[in-house]
Design a protein around this ligand. Structure first.
Ligand code: SAM
Length: 337
């Protein structure tokens, strides 16, 4: 199984040859050991006909392992142009299976990379498409949030179906993404990831495996969109409710919930808890996904009854002012729900 590449210099030799010193500003830490790169690729279900997009290939260790798998086509998106010469050499040796793109993954239209025939109905099997990457830790977190929003809207590459992601994270961040109810690690990221995706912890990567070695360890996570999200509300509404309530992590959730409503509508806080039937004296990290769903639903209901509430942001005093003076403001009548 797998494909062969012509003999090539080792990745560590390539790094020396092209003087590819890791840039601290871009948080670059490379995987130079091909055993480690193969381990990463082995935990992706690459089958014949798979199309893969690797984000941040750097000197190309994982890329090379992908080209030695059954992948039909590999695309790489790299922001740092210093890596173009070694990636071009890999492309030339790939027999047309590798395309190299210089760009920032944050703004890159990944959907355009995959042929339409890869698409699979959302409720059925996952498409033969994978998005993978060993990215700088700060970048992977920002990208994950962007991709979660696209998953919720079935936009970007998720127009093709439930495309899975395999990504490295700082170990501590991986723990937060996976954290269950009552865990000290449970936070906004846990809820935003878990309401949309099934997440599996693949394995731990000790910091010393990277060159240069960061002070922290890493973990590889497999993230697959769920058939049906656990909260049936727009991403922006879920994010608003979850982040506002998590703001006061150690206090009762009632404190955070107060910030969802302008002072003139403070009576809606009680309605919020009556509609959701969630205990206002709980702490945010002790709420189950069902309770988060009920809170989001209750907030949606109150927003439907109170035009303008959805745009209220307690961090923006101007928005607060507009709502407190708006003639459209209504308070809720629970009998209307
Ligand atoms: N994948 C390589 C490896 O495992 O050796 C490189 C890993 S290094 C941690 C991260 C790579 O992602 C670097 O090559 C960096 O230039 C690239 N990168 C960082 N931010 C990026 C972005 N927004 N879009 C594309 N590439 C990015």
């Amino acid at each position: 199984m797998g494909s062969r590449l012509p003999p090539m210099p080792r990745i560590s030799e390539i790094v020396k040859l092209y003087r590819l010193s890791a840039t601290k500003k871009l948080s670059q830490n490379f995987l130079l050991d091909m055993n480690v790169c193969h381990k990463f690729v082995n935990c992706i279900s690459v089958t014949k006909g798979s199309h893969i997009c690797e984000v941040g290939p750097g000197p190309g260790g994982i890329t090379r392992a992908l080209l030695e798998s059954d992948a039909e086509k590999v695309h790489v998106i790299e922001k740092d142009k210093r890596f173009l010469p070694p990636l071009e050499a890999l492309r030339a040796a790939s027999g047309g299976r590798l395309d190299v793109h210089l760009g920032d993954a944050k703004y890159f239209d990944m959907h355009s990379l995959f042929p339409p025939y890869c698409a699979r109905p959302w409720q059925k099997m996952t498409p033969k498409v994978n998005i993978v990457g060993n990215l700088p830790f700060n970048v992977s977190l920002g990208l994950l949030l962007k991709w979660l929003e696209q998953i919720s809207k079935k936009s970007g590459p998720w127009q093709l179906g439930r495309v899975p992601l395999t990504l490295t994270f700082q170990h501590e961040v991986a723990e937060r993404i996976l954290a269950d109810v009552d865990s000290e690690h449970r936070c906004r990221l846990s809820i935003m990831s878990q309401y949309l995706c099934k997440i599996k912890y693949r394995y731990h990567i000790p910091g010393k495996v990277f060159v240069p070695a960061p002070k922290v360890h890493a973990a590889v996570l497999y993230i697959e969109p769920l058939n049906t999200p656990l909260i049936d509300q727009p991403f922006s509404l879920v994010e608003k409710v979850v982040s506002t309530i998590f703001h006061y992590r150690q206090k009762h959730i009632k404190r955070g919930a107060q910030d969802l409503f302008p002072p003139i509508m403070s009576n809606l806080v009680d309605d919020f808890f009556k509609i959701s039937r969630v205990d206002p004296t709980k702490q945010s990290f002790r709420l189950s996904m069902e309770e988060w769903r009920e809170l989001c639903y209750a907030y949606e209901q109150l927003c439907l009854l109170n035009p303008g509430l959805i745009d209220y942001n307690y961090r923006e005093p101007r928005a607060k002012h507009m709502l407190t003076t708006s003639p459209l403001v209504r308070t809720s009548n629970l009998n209307e729900l």
